[in-house]
Design a protein around this ligand. Structure first.
Ligand code: CP
Length: 320
């Protein structure tokens, strides 16, 4: 594997999930694979889970890890070509990425969207340039439009907790928030679940209020409704997440509080397990009674971030 940026970088979903669950059973089976190899993790935005789980995954594979908090410790980056750098930016992504590639065998980068210009964010210009100029395999730690390590984790978690015959019904449910959040996690979850549905692994639905439709690029094949209760009927997994508007880009509208998932709403489901990528705002985005109750998988899900990162790094190391 040369890059891990979207579901398109994986040829067989069942295969990668099985391999990740194998690593969970035997974390140190490949501890020689990454000996004398270096992983560089570049953060332009905050992180708890992605940073720690990817570092742990790399350590399990015998790698050294270097972390660069570009937003706090790095030079201000210029990403546009053809500009005279006489403003606040100090270093161009062309040199910065190429230099990091000199020190590292594999690189990861996190860069959130600005949520001001949809075309600019969805062009993924920064990520594409980073991949192009660093010269080594790159794993996305979340880009403007996708969070593939999270989505792989989510698929692993669904597989691990689905012990029945047939396919689980998986619902992505929009949730309230007070801030404008990116569409990266829901885009990515939808993209991975649509692919999983096409491979016969799940049935996938999305519920969101009017005005919050995701780009069709990520939702082809999903059943989509504006009625949460309708989507929750007989759901086996409910993936709760807020996102800002894609059509009225980056905007948020006030919506009815009935979009908050609580125990009463869970009664509509098939004793569904509840997932969230975290961090989560309690009793705004998801009811405390759900987070603290037996339906919640959020901590186990975060734990599985290690195995998603480890299987991706393992595949990259095998092709160095
Ligand atoms: N879910 C997730 O990516 O968490 P962090 O933002 O803390 O890394």
């Amino acid at each position: 594997m040369k890059q891990f940026f979207s579901v398109a970088d994986v040829d067989n979903l069942s295969g990668i999930v099985d391999e990740a669950l194998g690593l969970k059973k035997n974390p140190f089976a490949y501890e020689q694979l990454g000996k004398r190899r270096t992983l560089g993790l570049v953060f332009l935005n905050p992180s708890l889970r992605t940073r720690l789980s990817t570092q742990k995954a790399a350590t399990n594979l015998g790698m050294e890890v270097m972390i660069m908090n570009m937003d706090k410790d790095g030079w201000a980056l210029e990403t546009k070509d053809g500009v005279v750098m006489d403003g606040n930016t100090v270093e161009h992504i062309r040199e910065a990425a190429a230099v990091m590639g000199q020190y590292c065998d594999v690189l990861g980068m996190r860069s959130f969207p600005k949520l001001q210009n949809r075309e600019e964010d969805y062009s993924e210009d920064l990520f594409k340039k980073f991949i192009r100029f660093c010269g080594v395999p790159v794993v996305s730690l979340e880009s403007a439009t996708r969070h593939p390590l999270q989505s792989l984790t989510d698929l692993i978690t669904i597989r691990e907790h689905w012990q029945k015959e047939g396919k689980p019904k998986v619902v992505l449910a929009w949730a309230p928030h007070v801030k404008a959040l990116p569409q990266a996690v829901p885009n990515s979850f939808a993209e991975w679940m649509c692919r999983a549905q096409a491979e016969g692994l799940v049935d996938f639905s999305i519920a969101h209020p009017d005005g919050y439709a995701l780009s069709e690029e990520f939702t082809e094949g999903a059943t989509i409704t504006n009625v949460l209760d309708e989507a929750l009927m007989a759901a086996d997994f409910v993936y709760v997440k807020n996102w800002s508007s894609y059509t009225d880009y980056g905007k948020i509208y006030s919506v009815d509080e009935r979009w908050l998932l609580d125990n009463a709403k869970l009664e509509l489901t098939n004793m569904a397990k509840v997932m969230h990528c975290l961090p989560v705002r309690r009793d705004l985005e998801l009811a405390s009674e759900v987070l603290d109750g037996p339906h919640s998988l959020v901590v186990q899900e975060a734990g599985n971030r290690v195995w998603a990162a480890q299987v991706v790094l393992k595949r990259m190391l095998e092709q160095l």
